[in-house]
Design a protein around this ligand. Structure first.
Ligand code: NI
Length: 169
């Protein structure tokens, strides 16, 4: 297993639309293991393959307090979405930035698990928000791109300033 490099916003590769997985092979198993190690080490509650520069439709999440309930979703699809949630989100690709994003409150997701078997899951609260956030990555969308232009501009300015501070050191 190995820790993978996480792409950082505004890296253009984060805007790539991921391709469906056609077969859940050993390579996919190994990718999921590496993604899990990367997510736990960060630490984060979710990670999309897009963020480690692999453009396949795979996300993982673990929103459990004990960090022992890893879930992998291959080719995830939202089949039902109801209600509205306005939750503060963060992203491993946008470190230090937390902003409220509007999403569905309750979702039903259909996907293949790490074993290649199809399953459906109903999710609410943090789990629901997390799945929607990670699925956006597969469509090449970073959560800050859902914010107003002004907010996004402020975030970009902050990121540029941080980079120039780091380079000056
Ligand atoms: Ni993210």
């Amino acid at each position: 297993m190995s820790i993978l490099t996480i792409l950082l916003y505004p890296d253009k590769r984060l805007n790539t639309v991921a391709e469906p997985v056609h077969a859940v092979t050993e390579e996919i198993h190994n990718l999921i293991k590496d993604m899990a190690e990367t997510m736990y080490a960060a630490p984060g509650v979710g990670l999309a393959a897009t963020q480690v520069n692999v453009h396949k439709r795979i996300i993982i999440i673990d929103t459990s307090p004990a960090r022992d309930k890893l879930r992998a979703f291959i080719n995830p699809e939202i089949v039902e979405a109801t209600g509205v949630s306005d939750c503060e989100e963060g992203c491993l690709s946008v470190p230090g930035v937390y902003e409220k994003v509007q999403r569905a409150q309750h979702i039903r997701v259909r996907a293949l698990g790490a074993d290649g078997a199809p399953f459906e899951l109903e999710a609410d609260g943090l789990e629901s928000v997390c799945i929607q956030h990670e699925m956006d990555h597969l469509d090449g969308k970073v959560f800050v791109e859902k914010l107003s232009r002004l907010k996004r501009q402020r975030i970009l300015t902050r990121i540029k300033k941080r980079h120039s501070d780091e380079n000056a050191r």
